[in-house]
Design a binder for this molecule. Structure first.
Ligand SMILES: *Cc1c(COP(=O)(O)O)cnc(C)c1O
Length: 428
């Protein structure tokens, strides 16, 4: 007995050492990859500097309206915040003539002013790459999958309403950049009224996504009206809001917004964090307010070259999100949208990241990797291959550690036997 116990114990300890070894590279890498919360002191200094430059007071930083009024969209202002070369500044000004850009002071405070390769810089500040004519302005064919103005229907039971083209920060990788015109524009109320009628007349629509732009650029009262209209439709079972404000302007998630949202359950919020730096104390507070209002939070990251196309960065991002109760939902392969092709990655890179998540970390930290099929044909999951082959009675699979195993494949007899007594007997 004792000898057997010791042998088992020894075996367990050997396996535990082996398991730890499997993530030795990550344990080393994670200290180099900083989250916004770990950079707290630096972010605070940048915040104070930006407040001084823009003539804001401490209280202003907490006010999302102040951030919107003071969005940075002028090269000379940006130059006072970031250390830009003449060449950088010239190129931003040139791109800015055709591609809109704007950065909330909050999001600007996340950028390392000295680092041109900073993942937050890359997402927010234009580069000459955007002028490349490569790619399609609308690869998702949203313009031809729009049953009423400002809606997209691509699936049997759910659809999208786009309520605004405004955002606190215009992502350089935006898939809807064709809709980001020179002026901020809320969707006209007639469009919304028509979208609501369409949903009312189509009882198979049970899930409505409110997005944009950024859905939370709407006022609380405008959103309250829209959610109330949707609540009146009995077949609308759930509603979802798409917003990047948790990453770009967490001050938008006020107590009063949450009190309003809480009256419209079941409501889900999906957001987009792409870099661990975006997970700051303010983002954590915003996520906590939404969670306390009973709203489940999901993250829809975009795989972006230079930002997060790395197994360790992606793992750290997902861990930081789970710590603030945001569940990684999707990882989107970057689309071939004109002006964003410099962010593109190979599919192998995404698959490699998925391979290094499953088994290596909590299943909760593993999103579904998605390629959006061109032509509006929908989200298509991409998975590393775990099923190697099969025959009549078994399949051959490989585990997360690449151990190849034959696994029996047959159906129990419970429902196929006529005599109940027979069915309970295991197969010989
Ligand atoms: C992404 C998307 C949805 C939602 O897809 P889920 O897989 O249910 O999250 C719905 N409609 C359109 C047009 C979409 O692009």
């Amino acid at each position: 007995m004792e000898a057997g116990f010791n042998r088992n114990r020894e075996e367990s300890l050997r396996r535990a050492r082996e398991l730890r070894e499997r993530i030795a590279d990550y344990l080393e890498a994670r200290t180099r990859i900083r989250s916004g919360r770990e950079l707290r002191d630096q972010l605070q200094q940048r915040r104070d500097r930006i407040l001084r430059l823009l003539g804001g007071r401490e209280e202003d930083w907490k006010d999302w309206h102040w951030h919107m009024r003071n969005r940075i969209s002028d090269v000379s202002v940006l130059r006072r915040i970031l250390n830009l070369s003449d060449q950088d500044a010239e190129s931003i000004a040139r791109v800015g003539k055709t591609h809109r850009w704007s950065i909330s002071p909050y999001y600007a405070s996340l950028i390392d002013p000295e680092n041109r390769k900073d993942p937050v810089y890359l997402q927010a500040v234009p580069t000459h790459h955007e002028l490349s004519g490569e790619g399609d302005p609308d690869p998702m064919s949203e313009e031809t999958t729009s049953p009423t103005a400002s809606t997209t229907r691509r699936y049997p039971d759910r659809m999208i309403i786009k309520v605004t083209n405004q955002c606190p920060m215009y992502c350089r990788h935006c898939q809807r950049r064709r809709a980001i015109g020179e002026v901020d524009r809320s969707t006209p109320k007639e469009h919304l009224v028509r979208a609501i009628s369409y949903i009312r007349e189509n009882p198979e629509i049970r899930d409505v996504l409110i997005t944009g732009g950024d859905a939370l650029m709407l006022s609380d009262s405008a959103l309250d009206w829209l959610l109330t209209e949707l609540d009146k439709i009995p077949h609308v079972e759930i509603k979802r809001l798409g917003t990047r404000t948790l990453a770009t302007l967490p001050q938008r998630i006020t107590e009063s917004l949450c009190e309003m949202l809480e009256r419209h359950h079941p409501l889900y919020v999906n957001t987009q964090f792409n870099s661990p730096i975006e997970v700051t104390d303010e983002a954590a507070e915003a996520a906590d307010r939404l969670s306390r209002a009973g709203i489940p939070l999901g993250n829809q990251a975009v795989l972006l070259q230079g930002v997060n196309n790395d197994e360790h960065i992606m793992k750290k991002l997902n861990h930081e999100l789970l710590k603030i109760r945001i569940r990684p939902y999707y990882l989107f392969h970057p689309k071939c949208v004109r002006g964003t092709v410099h962010f593109r990655c190979r599919v192998e890179e995404g698959l490699h990241i998925m391979e290094k998540l499953r088994g290596y970390t909590s299943g909760l930290a593993v999103p579904t990797y998605i390629i959006n099929a061109p032509g509006g044909l929908g989200k298509t999951p991409m998975l590393p291959e775990y099923l190697l082959s099969w025959d009549a009675e078994s399949i051959t699979i490989r585990t997360w550690e690449n151990k190849v195993i034959k696994y029996p494949n047959y159906r129990g007899r419970l429902h196929t036997e006529s005599a109940a007594s027979e069915s309970a007997r295991p197969t010989a």
